[in-house]
Design a protein around this ligand. Sequence first.
Ligand code: PLP
Length: 374
Amino acid sequence: MRIYLDNAATTPLDPRVLDYMLPLMKDNFGNPSSIHHHGRQCKAIIEESRKKIANSLRSSIGEIFFTSSATEANNLIIQAAVRDLGVTKIISTPIEHHCVLHTIEHIVAQQRGVESAFLSVDESGQINMEELDQLLASSEVKCLVCIMHVNNEIGTISNVKSISEICEKHNALFQCDAVQALGKYDIDLSQTKISFLSGSAHKFYGPKGVGFVYINSDNQIKPLIHGGAQERNMRAGTENTYGIAGIGKALELCLEDMQKNRQHITFIRSHLIEKLKSQFDGVKIISPETDGHYCILNVAFPKSDKTDMIMFNLDILGISASAGSACSSGVEQASHVLRAIGLSAGYQAIRFSFSHHNTKEEIDFLVEKLKGIL
Ligand code: PLP
């Protein structure tokens, strides 16, 4: 038996998305920028996908731009906000994805006069809204607030609506990394004022190598990658037509199946929590248990010689999970997220992240294997 419990790192491609992409890959090879028949066909595929993403977010079609990844989208937003929109202060949290944190670090180091500030987070990864309000109130410069919708390691869900209201009150821009939330929750941009939002297809059963950025039409920014006029001059480079077709289809299907999948995954997650609590002394549930993301469960076991090789042993026994985010899972030290929420060095954390493909039997198998290891 081989069990995949690392769906926050990436998800398998939905076969229906593959079925949608395959004929296009065979027949629609044109360059979307060509004005002849072959080019126009591909352009239409791209625009159809843009429409699906915009409809799902209740945004305008003109506010969606395709990128190679959410990493690229986040780089574009942060760098362009400073360069084009007069931002000189970036307010964020210590538990953002590295593609946000490292971009902020880079821009502060490179650009004289740009500063950053990081809000504190509590042990569940939540920011304090009053701290954000006060920080913005005391900032006399243009601010960009970068706060993720759902944390990828522990599944904390931010109160995006309240954050957006505070940002609006202080005339600050709000960038929301929605990578882990898209396809799992309904995001309605007509109800919540967000300046920028990023997403990535491979986190919701779409293909790898394609993402998008929503740029609210109030904010006119320039591209990061220069060249042709693709993506209405926002992102040069011949479009990944098939990937773009796949991202729209994947999001559409996820939203159609959302309620059913949510119910199933919530059950799987609760079943694992129950088994861990009843069968493992000292286990610590790190993720917010009831109001965290239903697809993510981060737990920790008191460190011992048995936990030293736990990830390796789980892998040998047929279980793919993660010690933190995929990018840092080879690293021994607790991740930046776990350190920021104050997890004691005496614990070994494991992130299990679920999909609708997981079954109760798989969870029971996992628990048996964990018992064997520990
Ligand atoms: N933001 C979050 C919260 C993520 O979980 C990830 C991927 O792990 C990214 C950004 C980066 O996405 P991509 O793989 O599309 O670059």
